[in-house]
Write a protein that binds this ligand. Structure first.
Ligand SMILES: O=c1[nH]c(=O)c2nc[nH]c2[nH]1
Ligand SMILES: [Zn+2]
Length: 432
């Protein structure tokens, strides 16, 4: 990867986190400067502070974003880039949505030129929305993993993905086997994991589409490569949970179908996790695995309400995600808005600082990248978004009346989209 050897100073309002705003009072969690500066050098953050006190390296170029809010780029912790083209498909619930829309589209990615085209389109959309890191499912085709990583690599992005493994309950042209899933995943892991800013993630789609043999093979691979993450889905819809019970009659619960095959420990990333039992929640917390909240997907496919405030109060690690294309938006702002609305239905108004934390630090924690991305701090990678807090007439007329920064930010969270993205920087360079 080519890193900039130049220094840049970005001026604007700056927001960063000293601690988790779910765990400590707001004033202890937040670092906000109305006139702040972020100093970038060689792809990293050198310093963050008040504009009039930071050290200005000789020769540094300055970009002044005025009232723009400079913060860490968004991290989308669960999505399916191959589903970019079928986002917003009408009228189905999970299993028939997969069969009607998702599987036919995923089958098209056998064509590696098409996979490349979709990967390019996905990253264009993600960056336009201020998302600088994505953890994606690819399709069963190894070339779909190559297409994603090649595109991310050419843009210098930090990105994570894995080949989706399925050896049953999927169309014939989307099925692998226990052995080929192991072999292909291993080859892709050896090819991509740790190259530039890329990480391979072992990816059984979910228990209904993997035989116990395939889950065991992937559990064995994870045992051989504990440095990797493992991602899958769990407990998204009641029909799905009942199906898992039929398919795995000896399992104690859904989580046990993973646990029994070596697929539960720290580094597991579970998407959705809406309808967990007490045992499942306790086990996930015990091992320190991560949960990913996918709020627009959970409403769009009619899955249910993930209890963000309760999960955080219980000590779970929680990240945030679009779940493209089960989710209905590429925007992490729209995703935060949906998280806010769903939480309201459970009696908890998530604070804007908590919503932004979930989309940055929270997702970074789940991806085990909290020392590298998701915050503005000296030494961290310079992946940033600059938000225009008055990007539409509706937002602007509301934020102009704001009495503090949170009242100024919240309308953008609730009503913002890609028009709110004033600038994006990745690895210390502006994205054009
Ligand atoms: O929202 C979802 N999208 C998917 O592609 C998927 N596969 C299994 N379960 C899933 N849920
Ligand atoms: Zn998903």
């Amino acid at each position: 990867m080519v890193m900039s050897s130049e220094s840049h100073i970005l001026l604007g309002q700056t927001l960063s986190y000293a601690a988790d705003p779910f765990a400590v009072p707001l004033e202890d969690a937040i670092r906000f400067e109305r006139r702040g500066a972020v100093v970038l050098c060689d792809g990293k953050i050198l310093e963050v502070g008040p504009a009039d006190t930071v050290t200005r390296p000789g020769g540094a170029r300055t970009t002044d974003y005025g009232d723009g809010l400079i913060m860490a780029g968004f991290i989308d912790a669960h999505l399916h880039y191959p589903q970019t083209g079928i986002i917003a498909s009408w009228g189905k619930r999970l299993i028939d949505w997969l069969n009607s829309y998702t599987f036919p589209e995923e089958a098209r990615l056998i064509d590696s030129d098409y996979a490349k085209e979709v990967a390019k389109r996905y990253f264009d959309l993600a960056l336009a929305n201020g998302t600088t890191t994505s953890l994606s499912y690819a399709t069963i085709h190894p070339t779909s993993v190559d297409a994603y990583f090649e595109e991310a690599q050419s843009r210098g992005l930090r990105a994570l993905a894995g080949k989706t493994c399925m050896d049953r309950n999927a169309p014939e042209n989307l099925r692998d086997t226990a052995k080929s899933a192991y072999d292909d995943s291993k080859a892709l892991l050896e090819k991509w994991h740790g190259v530039d800013r890329l990480s391979y993630v072992i990816t059984p789609r979910f228990s209904p589409t993997s035989t116990p043999e395939q889950l065991s093979a992937l559990g064995a691979l994870w045992g051989e490569h504990p440095e990797c993450l493992m991602q899958t889905h769990i407990s998204e819809q009641h029909e799905e949970i009942a199906w898992v019970k039929e398919l795995f009659p000896k399992a104690r619960d859904y989580l046990d179908t993973y646990e029994a095959h070596g697929l539960l420990r720290e580094g597991a990333v579970f998407g959705h996790a809406i309808h967990l039992t007490e045992r499942e929640e306790a086990r996930i917390k015990d091992v320190g695995a991560g949960l990913v909240h996918c709020p627009t997907s959970n409403t769009f496919i009619g899955s249910g309400i993930f209890e963000t405030a309760r999960m955080k109060a219980d000590g779970q690690k929680v990240g945030l995600a679009t779940d493209t294309g089960g989710g209905s938006s590429f925007s992490m702002l729209r995703t935060m808005a949906a998280a806010y609305e769903l939480s309201q239905l459970k009696g908890h108004a998530l604070h804007p600082a908590q919503l932004l934390w979930l989309a940055t630090c929270g997702s970074a924690q789940v991806l085990h990248l909290e020392d590298r991305i998701g915050n503005l701090r000296a030494g961290m990678e310079a992946d940033l978004v600059v938000l225009d807090l008055g990007s539409t007439p509706a937002i602007s007329q509301r934020s102009q009346r704001a009495r503090d920064i949170w009242e100024a930010i919240f309308p953008t969270i609730m009503m913002g989209d890609d028009r709110a993205t004033k600038a994006v920087w990745t690895a210390g360079k502006p994205v054009s």
